[in-house]
Write a protein that binds this ligand. Sequence first.
Ligand code: S3P
Length: 438
Amino acid sequence: MTGQHNWTSAPAGPIRGDITVPGDKSISHRAVMLAALAEGSSRISGFLEGEDTRSTAAIFASLGVAIDAPSPSQRIVHGVGLHGLKVPSRDLDCGNSGTGMRLLAGLLAGQGFDTTLTGDESLSRRPMRRVIDPLSIMGAMIEAEEGGLPPLRIRGGRALHGIAYSPPVASAQIKSAVLLAGLYANGETEVREAHPTRDYTERMLAAFGWPIAFSAGYARLSGGHRLRAIDVHVPADLSSAAFLIVAATLAPGSELILRAVGLNPRRTGLLHVLRAMGADIREENRREQGGEIVADLIVRHAVLHGIEVPLEHVPDMIDEFPILFVAAAAAKGTTTIRGAAELRVKESDRIATMGAGLRALGISIEETPDGAIIEGGRFEGGEVESQGDHRVAMSFAVAGSIAGNPIRIADCANVATSFPGFLALAESTGVVVTPDLR
Ligand code: S3P
């Protein structure tokens, strides 16, 4: 591990500023995918310049799609139509991105040629059976390593047929993989979810002109239509905003404005939970931007108290648990998290990674199979491992702001997958986090 990939986060003063965090990761992935399959040229603004979404764009370039980048966070994707992708000359590297690999598995299952999806060390440990199973029922042929792990070898030229599917776990990635395969399938494809998940694939398919019926926890489409190019405006990513929302909440004297944050109801679980803990988060200028609700968030310092996190919010904040663990550790009293077993199969096992890190900082935490019981306390400072997990690294950077002593965080390079420029933006608000040059 080179020194620059370790960070030191030091105690800070108030968190202040007026900032815009980078574009939404989920929407950026889907915008490139659908624009590539559309007829005509689509302009994407607010595109996330993260490694994950760039990997997806690079994959479409190797599938023969011309993509211009006229300026940072802008892409013009020259769509090739539903059947216009070309045989790639090499394996398709999804990098660190589970969203990229799982959605692409669905999309590529319907092509006339073979492809192989690979990923980095973390992605190569993540379960893919959850998409292989429903796609196989649709007629796809996908080979994986033992245990359903990447790489995925996807056989082309298969005749797919629609299915009615209920994913066994709440996952927008599973739903999206099935729906994207459904574009190429004969007949109707239907997904019913026990716990509704983010509906960006459904919304964006409709915006690109594909007939689709959907409501919370339900989506239905049939194959054989066309996608037509549109302009996509990507809102700021609430999952990136979350770190600075919690930093401003925890540091006395703080007041932070975050502009144009995407507030899709399937993403706002953390805001509900933080408010229930006592946070002061106001929304201003609530408006629609490119079919999504956005608002400016004004966050002021508040003293938090522990709660039992309501189960209904869990899927709507699945990426925000690392930073919620930090908020809970700084709150008065006990916070109980249940129903979040999915955290065990994210970029790291986030229950174990956050548990080990918080204990190293002097916090009392009991890990359970599907969550944790966290006793609020005080961060003493010390050394923690992010296990290469971007959200864990940023969460401990926030913890450092209110710690008694600096926190040294190992293995932070992957922050660039989702939040390029995190260090500079966080520093501009008063967070004192520096790459460690030792
Ligand atoms: C995502 C869905 C979620 C989330 C991920 C992005 C998406 O994953 O954790 O960061 O864009 O569909 P799951 O589908 O595994 O819950």
